[in-house]
Design a protein around this ligand. Structure first.
Ligand code: ZN
Length: 241
């Protein structure tokens, strides 16, 4: 969540990703009454509270500031500070301009690439909202080709995008690719070197160029990623000096 926030995602969108990812809030049991609470879906408010909590950098809120704790540190102070500045800057922007802060538009790096395992048609981006909580999925409700609407599948978008992105960094030469342009091994290696240096948002921006098709095999539970040779060559050239 801190990494998403550092990339500029809004608490609302982080909550949507977290929920799509099946992450849940911390579960508490009240010591006196034994009553359970928490363990539910993330709201933007809860995400914001989490992002401002110094407990993740090994400290506790204390009076006006913080004091050190002895518990493990799971977020670097650098990342924590980056997020704090992002939140502060947005708060200032919201106050100065009377107009509401521009709505973060979702970016679907695998739009049009995913083949529905149930009907073989292309899955579409889908955002849903329950209360204040957003969910981002690729799903299939296609009725193209005059057939009955597919009751098919939905995949959490963030989860799938990260998985595909990681696979691209790890694939072997020659890759399963489409396109007539031949990609030689040297360029392929150079491409992967570049890919490994990119952060999440950098990869997201390039995924539409690099991926041509994603399909699933339900029987073997495998994910097949087909890459685009021409796109990979383009990315390599753009990032070479
Ligand atoms: Zn389908």
């Amino acid at each position: 969540m801190f990494r998403m926030a550092a990339e500029g995602m809004l608490p609302r969108d982080i909550a949507a990703e977290a929920n799509a990812f099946d992450w849940r809030t911390k579960r508490y049991v009240a010591r006196r009454t034994g009553r359970e609470s928490g363990g539910g879906l993330w709201t933007p408010r809860q995400v914001l509270t989490l992002l401002s909590n110094p407990v993740y950098i090994g400290r506790f809120s204390y009076k006006e500031g913080t004091r050190p704790g002895t518990h493990p540190i799971i977020v670097s102070e650098e990342l924590f500070e980056q997020v704090r500045l992002k939140i502060a800057a947005r708060r200032k922007l919201g106050k100065n301009t009377k107009t509401p802060v521009k709505r973060h538009s979702f970016f679907w790096s695998l739009r049009g690439k995913i083949i529905c395992p149930d009907c073989g048609r292309v899955m579409s981006p889908h955002i849903s909202k329950k209360g204040v909580i957003w969910f981002r999925h690729y799903r299939c409700r296609s009725f193209a080709g005059g057939r009955a609407p597919c009751k098919g599948s939905a995949f959490p978008a963030y989860d799938l995008e990260r998985m595909v992105s990681d696979l691209i960094g790890e694939m072997q030469f020659p890759a399963s690719s489409s396109g007539s342009t031949s990609l030689d091994q040297a360029t392929f290696c150079r491409f992967q070197e570049i890919w490994r240096t990119l952060d999440e948002s950098g990869r997201d921006r390039l995924l539409p160029k690099v991926v041509s098709k994603i399909s699933f095999d339900r029987k073997t539970s495998t994910l097949q990623v087909e890459t685009d040779d021409a796109g990979m060559i383009e990315v390599t050239n753009e990032h070479s000096f």
